[in-house]
Design a protein around this ligand. Structure first.
Ligand code: PEP
Ligand code: MN
Length: 366
């Protein structure tokens, strides 16, 4: 992958859209009727919206589910725009969708999580957006593949677009207890590290899949310095034709806005700075000890490897490994860590330990 810094992307506040505290997009999952759209939009009156959203081409897992009203709903959105003044946005998946949106004055388009992973589809969209200055947002691909996410942004960038942002809506992974699509925050954080100028919007609705979790996840995103939020809001969520469980009523949405706190990267407060310096010092010290201890563990592992080799014993010791996992997980859970974190941590340590035993010459540490 060619690493492109894309440093001339336009900052989100220069996109020509109304932004108060942060980029704020809200609206129903789907445009169901002109009345439903207007009811949602009227409920949102008074909110500092950057964008009113509604899906009109809905990519559904199974055929036969509600797939959206298509082109005719664009004029319903235009009416929302005329009556409320909110800029409007929809998901696009095909060149014909882009052409229709351009013709109907749709302010923002976004590429959905099922389209982003398809380079042919994204390229076709990019080709059709070439020459416009419409903002385009790229949702993360359904599976946790950062390369595909970045690749989609690069295709739009190479088509000359400079108002590009990403939407983090969580990832479909095997184990999901709490979330519909777990956030896997490390993936967007890595994206931001590589491309610091890309605006990131959080979509807590598709992450959570249920209304009561939206607020804490939205707050978490703001605490991680996200540029904004996209939240599904429906005037009567129970009757929604798609994603009924995760949509907020306009009142719930307003209540959430009142509670959300915007955090900044630093504070001029002297006491804050002194305290942070102290704590960072402590963290540095602890991390140094962690690295030293890991190295000590690997030295022991290596000695075991040699001992095993001399006695023609296998590197992998399934029985012992099961015991290590069980005891460490039990101890770690007792100390307040999650099982998921502990098993990931020990799997990584074990994998590295096998490497040190198997290929001491390729360790590359000296
Ligand atoms: C949506 O925004 O309604 C939607 C379909 O989202 P996603 O592409 O994230 O699944
Ligand atoms: Mn939805």
């Amino acid at each position: 992958m060619s690493v492109h810094p894309m440093s001339d992307l336009l900052p989100i506040r220069q996109w020509g859209l109304p932004i108060e505290r942060f980029f704020l997009c809200a609206g129903p999952c789907s445009a169901e009727s002109p009345e439903q759209l207007l009811a949602a939009a009227e409920g949102l009156q008074g909110c500092p919206l950057t964008l009113f959203r509604a899906g009109i081409w809905k990519p559904r897992t199974h055929p036969g589910s509600f797939e959206g009203h298509g082109i005719k709903a664009l004029s319903w959105l235009r009416r929302v725009k005329e009556e409320t003044g909110f800029p409007v946005g929809v998901e696009v998946a095909e060149p014909a969708h882009v052409q229709a949106c351009l013709k109907h004055g749709i302010d923002v388009m976004w590429i959905g999580a099922r389209t982003t992973p398809n380079p042919f589809a994204v390229q076709a969209l990019a080709d059709n957006l070439r020459g416009t200055d419409r903002p385009v947002l790229v949702k993360n691909p359904v599976s946790p593949d950062l390369g595909l996410w970045i690749g989609a942004v690069e295709r739009l960038y190479n088509a000359g677009l400079r108002k590009i942002g990403v939407i983090h809506r969580g990832f479909a992974v095997a184990e999901t207890e709490l979330y519909r699509n777990p956030p896997l925050w490390r993936i967007p954080i890595e994206l931001k590290r590589r491309f610091p100028v890309i605006p990131i919007i959080c979509d807590p609705s598709h992450m959570c899949g249920r209304a009561d979790m939206i607020f804490p996840v939205a707050q978490e995103a703001l605490d991680l310095l996200y540029d904004g939020l996209m939240v599904e809001v429906h005037h009567d969520p129970a009757k929604a034709l798609s994603d009924a469980r995760q949509q907020l009523t306009p009142e719930q949405f307003k209540g959430m806005l009142d509670r959300l706190k915007v955090t900044t990267e630093t504070s001029p407060n002297q006491r804050y700075q002194t305290r942070m310096e102290q704590l960072r010092h402590e963290i540095d010290h602890v991390d140094e000890r962690i690295i030293d201890l890991l190295r000590k563990r690997m030295d022991i592992v290596q000695a075991m490897g040699e001992c095993k080799r001399r006695n023609q014993v296998s590197t992998l010791q399934p029985e012992r490994w099961r015991e290590v996992m069980a005891t460490r997980l039990a101890k770690g859970v007792h100390k307040g860590f999650s099982l998921e974190f502990l098993s990931q941590l020990y799997e990584v340590i074990h994998e590295e330990a096998i490497r040190w035993q198997e290929r001491p010459l390729f360790r590359g540490d000296e």
